[in-house]
Design a protein around this ligand. Structure first.
Ligand code: ATP
Ligand code: MG
Length: 607
């Protein structure tokens, strides 16, 4: 009951009192009605506020029925219902299907009412109405409302209120209408939200796919660049090898002539001690030049490795023993030799050269000490490895690694480490031929070498040597025959270079042999055809214009299968000495040689 406060100033002055308030029943009813309307309006506003919030929380909704359930709860606070149902419009068929009914048991009754309303076309009118519609069905009041957005119908509401139409305030009905529109809008937003989410995840998938594709492409590009680099490197090494090998071959011949002449002079000693002293100095310089040229020949794969089946682990142990004492104490040496290392077909002298060069470089890279690890492992290179390592071939290998914890190599330097004469060491400390010869040796052995390094961290060289082919073993450890002094046998010297011919002739004559000369393969065949029965040995140079040594050897053997031929060449790789021996030559001597080596070899072949 509303009360009047008379303590306020309005009533305290002396103005005449207003007429007494009429507290009749109708007035009281009016006030309580207004209070009720006010409460309903506040409640309705509260509901509208909550609806606004609902729109922002679509992401937690996984089903449109959840939206309808929430709206049902809210309209139930606004207008209590005996039964209420929401229908959703099927987008494909435009059929309205019941999606939610409260209480559940009233679903058949409401469905029957729904069918009746469809039949008498009330439904189709209500669907186009933006407001609510009251109808009476079988004596009970039914409230309908379409769930329409601006563009389309999303569903329908059908309910039987608890109270009669007259006792439902107009504000509640107006708010109910707003809520139905809001429900339609929320359903629309939910649909859009789902669509955006679908498009979004499709886009995300595409972006992911694109990212993967990009990463794949970048990987392929990096791989292509790496292979391109390897190809360029291989081509560069090939050209350098040809150049160095060619120059070294010619130098070899010149050194052979100079060395030979000086040996003859020293032998005959025409000028006395003074000249002999100078000749010995020149001879030493020639020896040093010869050693350099030999390394270049190795780099250009122009020397013939003396292959044997060797146990790399065993070789390594022996060389490590030899190195003891030469490596500073500040460097810790670790040997890791795998048990049962497969045997490789290799030249032990050249293998020693590889290990010595790599360990010396490692020691030089650790002036303040560090760790040097030398290991052997059995490995099998597969197609995948070969694809990303140009020049490698698939198969079984023994891997020799030499790793240090030294200064490392800058990428710019790394590109050149195998180049002949490339060195970062002070003048006189390095020739830059160490790794070039390692490279040449590995290549001549059919192997593969790679280097990985990180500045300040260290360097690792990996040398892959192919496993020996058991069927083609050729042990080269036959005992050497004793050298006998030359007799009066006749030797045919075949060489296109007049100085070498002359030098060899002089030397052989000084050893007591009878010598004939030929300047080409063709000429040699003529001489042999004519005087073959008197010729005990042919000294045949391999690299000659025209017929060439290999062809001449075959022709000589066709003329006389028992002919003794000793091959002489600085370029053995062109025609493998082993193959030459197999094809009938009796021996092989590499240039440049000392005359004493020539004497020994000739005497050995003549037996
Ligand atoms: N383990 C290593 N750590 C750091 N740098 C190295 C290593 N091995 C080689 N290098 C670099 O490669 C260059 C070439 O090496 P290489 O063995 O061919 O010649 P060198 O050692 O300089 O001279 P030489 O071997 O004739 O005495 C070296 O000068 C050095 O810069
Ligand atoms: Mg070196």
């Amino acid at each position: 009951m509303p009360r009047l406060d008379t303590s306020c100033e309005f009533f305290s002055d002396n103005r005449p009192m207003p007429p007494p308030v009429d507290f009749s029943d109708s007035c009281i009813r009016r006030v309580s009605y207004l209070e009720e309307v006010n409460r309903a309006s506040l409640q309705a506003l509260q509901l509208v506020l909550e609806m606004g919030r609902q729109g922002t929380s679509l992401n937690r909704i996984d089903n449109p029925r959840t939206i309808l359930a929430e709206f049902h709860d809210k309209i139930h606070q606004l207008i209590p219902w005996k039964a209420a149902a929401f229908y959703l419009m099927d987008e494909q068929t435009s059929v309205l299907n019941m999606a939610l009914c409260r209480p559940m048991e009233s679903a058949p009754h409401l469905s029957a009412v729904f069918d009746l309303l469809v039949e008498d076309r009330t439904m189709s009118l209500a669907l186009h109405d933006e407001s609510h519609t009251f109808v009476e069905v079988d004596g009970c009041e039914v409230l309908m409302h379409a769930l329409n957005t601006i563009t389309r119908c999303r569903g329908f509401f059908l309910g039987i209120p608890m109270d009669s139409r007259k006792s439902i305030p107009d504000t509640s009905l107006a708010i109910f209408s707003i809520m139905m529109q809001s429900a339609a809008q929320t359903l629309e937003s939910y649909e859009l939200y789902r669509l955006i989410r679908r498009v979004n995840s499709a886009l995300e998938e595409k972006v992911e796919h694109l990212e993967e594709e990009m990463a794949d492409r970048m990987r392929a590009e990096a791989e292509r660049e790496k292979l391109q680099g390897q190809l360029l490197q291989a081509q560069k090494m090939e050209s350098l090898g040809i150049l160095a090998g060619g120059v070294a071959h010619d130098f070899n011949n010149l050194l052979q002539i100079m060395g030979g002449k000086i040996e003859v002079l020293l032998h005959t000693n025409p000028g006395g001690d003074f000249e002999a002293k100078h000749l010995r100095t020149v001879s030493k310089s020639i020896d040093r030049a010869t050693a350099l040229v030999r390394q270049l020949l190795v780099f250009g794969s122009k020397t013939e490795p003396q292959m044997q089946h060797i146990d790399l682990g065993q070789e390594l142990k022996e060389i490590a023993g030899m190195l003891e004492g030469t490596i500073p104490a500040s460097i810790r040496v670790e040997l890791g030799i795998q048990n049962d290392t497969w045997s490789v077909s290799a030249d032990p002298v050249q293998i020693e050269q590889i290990i010595l060069n790599l360990t010396k470089n490692a020691v030089d890279a650790m002036p303040a000490g560090g760790r040097l690890a030398v290991e052997t492992h059995n490995v099998t290179l597969d197609e995948e490895f070969v694809r990303s390592h140009m020049g490698a071939k698939p198969g079984r290998y023994v891997l020799l690694t030499v790793a240090d914890t030294g200064v490392g190599i800058e990428p710019e330097v790394l590109r050149h480490v195998f180049d002949p004469f490339f060195t970062t060491k002070e003048v006189g400390k390095g020739t830059g031929l160490g790794l070039a010869s390692v490279y040449g040796i590995v290549k001549a052995h059919g192997g593969y070498i790679q280097c990985a390094s990180q500045r300040g961290q260290g360097t690792i060289f990996s040398v892959y040597l192919p496993v020996a082919d058991q069927g083609r073993e050729a042990k080269c450890d036959e005992p050497r025959k004793a050298i006998s002094k030359g007799g009066n046998e006749t030797i045919l010297v075949v060489d296109d270079e007049p100085e070498i011919r002359e030098l060899t002739l002089e030397a052989l004559e000084s050893f007591g042999y009878v010598v004939q000369c030929a300047a080409s393969g063709e000429q040699a065949l003529d001489v042999y055809q004519r005087d073959g029965k008197f010729i005990d040995l042919v000294l045949l140079d391999l690299s000659m214009p025209g017929m060439g040594g290999c062809e001449c050897l075959q022709a000589l053997l066709r003329l006389d299968p028992s002919a003794k031929v000793l091959i002489i060449s600085g370029n053995a790789a062109k025609c493998q000495s082993k193959d030459l021996l197999l094809s009938g030559a009796k021996g092989f001597l590499g240039k440049p040689y000392h005359l004493r080596d020539l004497e020994a070899k000739v005497s050995e072949v003549l037996g």
